[in-house]
Design a binder for this molecule. Structure first.
Ligand code: PHE
Length: 329
């Protein structure tokens, strides 16, 4: 083998190629594992030939690297000629979470920080879980077909997340600290403040010696985490058939921070939801001893919080999914 000739042929072929692909092929042919040069190197028996072949190999590798860099530069120059970097770019639109999902995750985070477990329960419910177990009187208007979506006589779309209290208590023994979030349904005529499907969050704590003070402390922590330090919570007596005593709670208006504004009708407070101590009658239905266990529950609507947070005047917008609205969050 005339290695001088081999080398000059290799150099010629490196010089002739015009693309990176062709150059790679030439490298395989002249310097690859099966090339004559490499086979020759593997079969070398004496030091002198070995040194000579290695010198050829080094020369060729250098020439290859230089040609590679040259081709790369050429390609860049070409690209530069074709590409006008001063033209405006096309904007990539990023996906994002629906504002209601964002609120939902925020609420879940606060509960997780309090050591609560997030539990999902069903939207299609039995009448028993939605009304009977929660001591709703048979004659209460919310049971009527005009207010509630029935699937058949025993099955309905849940009208509140309080069903989650029952679902969890019938399966577990206290102590219980859970929150459940999700869709609820009522036959409301769509309006800026109502949609037939909406979202609620429900919290339930059952343990020994729980009082309304624990409820208030939890609410205060929750709303401060949600709306900022300095928010206060006010409880007013109310009635729910499954809590005793029952309260409705207000939170310092988050637009005016309690100063008074048109939004809170100059009261400084904003109505948030319902709560109370779990009624011993509910514990009895669940097989818990009301002498040993006590608890609190509270619930509120998420759609309105999201609307207020973002200054959305009409909660139907959350369902229309108009991208011009959604892209703002
Ligand atoms: N479920 C009630 C409602 O939808 C709110 C509530 C929850 C009240 C928990 C008391 C305890 O109005």
């Amino acid at each position: 083998m005339n290695w001088e000739e081999y080398a000059s042929n290799a150099l010629k072929s490196f010089a002739e190629v015009t693309t990176a692909g062709e150059l790679a092929e030439a490298h395989t042919a002249w310097l690859g594992r099966k090339s004559e040069l490499k086979v020759g190197l593997r079969n070398v028996r004496d030091r002198e030939t070995g040194m000579a072949l290695n010198a050829v190999r080094e020369r060729l590798e250098e020439a290859f690297a230089a040609r590679e860099a040259e081709l790369e530069r050429g390609a860049l120059v070409q690209l530069d000629q074709q590409l006008d970097v001063t033209l405006p770019g096309t904007r990539l639109r990023r996906g994002r979470l629906h504002p209601l999902t964002q609120i939902r995750r925020e609420v879940e985070d606060i509960f997780l920080g309090l050591g609560y477990e997030i539990v999902d329960t069903r939207e299609v419910e039995t009448v028993w879980h939605n009304f009977d177990a929660l001591s709703q009187p048979l004659t209460h208007p919310s049971r009527s077909h005009r207010d509630t979506f029935y699937i058949n006589d025993d099955t309905l779309l849940r009208t509140h997340t309080s069903t989650g209290q029952i679902r969890v208590m019938e399966e577990r023994q206290p102590p219980i600290y859970i929150a459940t979030l999700g869709r609820t349904y009522r036959r409301d005529t769509p309006s800026p403040k109502n949609t037939p499907s909406f979202h609620q969050v429900e919290a339930l704590a059952v343990d020994r010696g729980i009082t309304l003070a624990d409820l208030k402390g939890t609410l205060m922590h929750f709303f401060r985490a949600m709306f900022g330090e300095g928010r206060d919570v006010r409880m007013r007596t109310s009635f729910f058939p499954f809590t005793e005593p029952s309260v409705e709670f207000d939170v310092t208006c988050f637009l005016c921070a309690g100063e008074g504004c048109p939004f809170c009708k100059y009261t400084g407070w904003f109505e948030m939801g319902g709560a109370g101590a779990v009624d011993p009658a509910v514990f009895e239905k669940m097989g818990y001893d009301p002498e040993e266990w006590s608890g609190f529950a509270w619930g509120l609507g998420l759609d309105r919080i999201a609307a207020q947070r973002h200054g959305i005047p009409d909660i139907r917008m959350f369902w229309e999914n108009d991208l011009r609205v959604l892209r703002q969050f």
